[in-house]
Design a protein around this ligand. Structure first.
Ligand code: FAD
Ligand code: UDP
Length: 382
């Protein structure tokens, strides 16, 4: 019946289902364990009428024109530049940490000195990861780097990951570099925005095609079995000779044969507040106070006129495979080695493709997942 089975209906699964249905005109079955499509990008209007992101704030940002053009087939955009402040020593300072943050914190003469030193060393507009800035020899810049490290990165990272910044892959903290300019947008990519009517309607448009059948509330393990000795895939007890595209967790696919891959998870607490606005911008980070890392106020992302507002607090925690959602892959050296074993096993199957944040065990943003899925379609499926 189906030439293609896709596990997962996040961006990885949905882009591939849409391409196969539209471009190849072939039938696809999408298996999704949740009661909705969209993966972690799922959003909805809650009872206040405000669009909220069920699995944490999602802002679209990309330099890939191809990705922007592709997603634009399914939505109009609200052009939106994400702003983040961090609560540090009683005041809210702009993040990414930039020249304005320096002037807000230090006396004008010290701020001026630090600005000059930064501009002597780095080109205006450059972006320096905190772990890079910390290596500087200059005493004043060292003072600045230590200040930023201690006040902005250290405790936030301990909360978020249970590790210090230098224990993580340097790319994690480099996502939020020190910006040597007055640029206050959180993301610096060319294309930025949020879908006018939210993300869920993008997935609805991608997946509403006569060639696509979606099974919600279904764990793939109820229907699919892999025989890794004979490299065969079984669907409902019969050998499946089509292509299986898997966007869930690679360790689960192989029954945790080489052990569980580590993730960080979150407890997400939504609150309705009886006032028009709660905070100045969409996200305020709390590196040093409270157990949560940040508060998101969705009304800044999707404005609407109401006298209520919805906020979200994110409490990071260890991941328990029995109960939790694997939000962030935690890829240290040991985890990468385990992942490599799973990947090697997956490559033995001719009719299996792994795509997405969970299946590839990468800290992908939405645009990374979409470009990967479009590439996989062109190179391995079309
Ligand atoms: P997912 O969206 O996770 O989809 C995987 C799907 O597979 C899920 O629907 C899941 O239910 C399903 N599945 C898993 N196991 C099974 C099973 N056993 N059986 C059946 N189905 C299964 N990116 C940005 O670009 N901008 C942002 O601002 C941003 N903010 C983020 C904030 C948070 C808190 C988090 C966690 C991520 C954020 N991201 C952001 C990243 C973004 O969420 C991911 O890049 C994207 O959702 C990955 O898509 P995916 O299809 O690979 O995975
Ligand atoms: N980070 C930090 N303090 C901040 C913001 C970010 O220490 O105020 C670090 C932290 O380690 C975090 C990483 O930078 O996990 C990446 O931040 P980003 O905002 O990209 O995380 P995400 O939105 O993916 O949760």
């Amino acid at each position: 019946m189906f030439n293609y089975i896709i596990v997962g209906s996040g961006f990885a699964g949905s882009v591939l289902a849409e391409r196969i249905a539209n471009i190849l005109n072939k039938k696809v079955l999408v298996i999704e364990k949740r009661n909705h499509i969209g993966g972690n990008c799922y959003d909805y209007r809650d009872k206040t009428g405000i669009i909220v992101h069920k699995y944490g704030p999602h802002i679209f940002h990309t330099n890939y024109k191809e990705v922007w053009d592709y997603v634009s087939n399914f939505t109009d955009w609200r052009i939106y530049y994400h702003k983040v402040l961090a609560f540090v020593d009683g005041q809210k300072i702009p993040i990414p940490f930039n020249l304005n943050s320096i002037y807000q914190i230090f006396s004008p003469s010290l701020a001026n000195k630090l600005e000059q030193k930064l501009l002597n060393k780095y080109k205006y507009g450059s972006k320096i990861p905190i772990l890079e800035l910390k290596k500087t020899e200059d005493q004043d810049l060292k003072f600045l780097a230590n200040y930023i490290y201690n006040k902005v990165f250290l405790n936030y990272t301990l909360k978020q990951w249970g590790k210090r910044p230098e224990e993580l892959d340097p790319e994690v903290t480099a996502r939020v570099p020190i910006v040597i300019s007055k640029e206050e947008r959180y993301f610096q990519e060319k294309y930025q925005g949020v879908p006018e009517e939210g993300y869920t309607q993008i997935f609805q448009k991608m997946l509403s095609h006569p060639n696509i059948k979606i099974l919600l509330n279904t764990d793939f393990r109820e229907l699919i079995r892999l025989d890794w000795k004979f490299r065969k895939i079984y669907f409902m007890g019969q050998e499946f000779k089509g292509l299986l595209i898997f966007t869930g967790m690679i360790d689960e696919l192989f029954d945790y044969k080489f052990g569980i891959l580590p993730y960080r998870s979150l407890d997400l607490h939504f609150e309705i507040i009886e006032k028009e606005y709660f905070q100045e911008v969409a996200v305020v980070n709390y590196p040093n106070d409270y157990d949560f890392t940040r508060i998101t106020e969705f009304k800044h992302i999707h404005p609407i006129k109401t006298n209520k507002t919805v906020i979200l607090k994110e409490f990071p925690k260890d991941y328990d495979p029995e109960r939790d959602i694997p939000y962030y892959p935690f890829f240290d050296k040991a985890a990468r080695e385990v992942y490599a074993k799973y990947q090697e096993l997956a490559e033995r199957f001719d009719h299996l493709i792994l795509v997405g944040r969970l299946a590839e065990y990468r800290y992908y943003d939405m645009d990374d997942v979409i470009i990967r899925s479009l590439e996989v379609f062109e190179e391995r499926i079309r």
